[in-house]
Design a protein around this ligand. Structure first.
Ligand code: C5P
Length: 223
């Protein structure tokens, strides 16, 4: 049977905690990758830690958002990490996406759509008049045009993205219950896979408390 694929969000600045996450998440039922976000990447020892990781699926969630030249230079400057996945905000614009893609080499360049912590109300607050779904569809088309390798969106929007984007779809905004923390557009792991997500990104629901037990709960939930 095909194994479900999960990126665990290692949101900490503590390399010991990341070691613990890696050790305790080992299991034979799931394919696990490790996602490093702004907290870890900007910590004193984070980059060095990633550079020494061996035989792991790695995801550098840099969420680059800048002018084309800066985005491309930034992608090049992390190439030594040989990341499997690397993120850029689609809102950086088509030219920036193309420039980054040109230099991303073997690393899968992942386009981030509207953050899963935003809903229609928060979009209005930052001056966007269109509804989330409309923007996501638009951004997915742009990612396709720039030949990006994957897209990040909410599990609620997989069907929309799939219409215009045929490569991998990665979905954060995963919760087992209504305790959403700061996330707004959430679904359960089961619902996310049912909608067609290729990879789920899960952080706090797995890394808070007993990691081993949380992973076992996830496996049971997915049965
Ligand atoms: O703890 P939680 O499961 O909410 O973690 C989700 C992770 O996915 C965080 O590391 C967050 O930065 C990242 N992410 C997200 N929404 C996006 C893109 C990335 O939550 N649209």
């Amino acid at each position: 049977m095909k194994k479900d694929k999960i990126f665990i969000a290692c949101d900490t600045k503590d390399t010991k905690k990341v070691r613990e996450i890696i050790k305790k998440s080992k299991n034979s039922k799931l394919i696990i990758g490790y996602k490093f976000g702004l907290e870890f990447l900007n910590s004193k020892n984070g980059r060095n830690f990633i550079s020494k990781l061996k035989n792991k699926i790695t995801f550098g969630d840099y969420k680059f958002s800048d002018i084309p030249n800066t985005c491309a230079s930034a992608v090049k400057s992390v190439s030594d990490l040989k990341l499997n996945y690397l993120t850029i905000h689609i809102s950086s614009g088509l030219e920036a996406l193309k420039a980054a893609k040109k230099v991303s080499g073997k690393t899968n360049l992942v386009g981030v759509t509207i953050l899963t912590s935003l809903d229609n109300k928060s979009l209005k607050e930052i001056g966007f008049d269109k509804k989330v779904e409309k923007i996501i569809l638009h951004q997915a088309k742009l990612a396709n045009k720039a030949k990006l390798d994957a897209i990040v969106c909410s599990p609620k929007e997989v069907n929309i993205v799939r219409k215009v984007f045929k490569k991998e779809i990665i979905t954060p905004g995963i919760r087992f219950d209504s305790n959403a923390d700061d996330q707004k557009r959430i679904l359960t792991p089961k619902q996310a896979y049912k909608n067609g997500s290729d990879w789920l990104v899960i952080g706090r629901p797995l890394t808070k408390g007993n990691i081993k037990k949380n992973i076992q709960n996830l496996i049971s939930h997915l049965k």
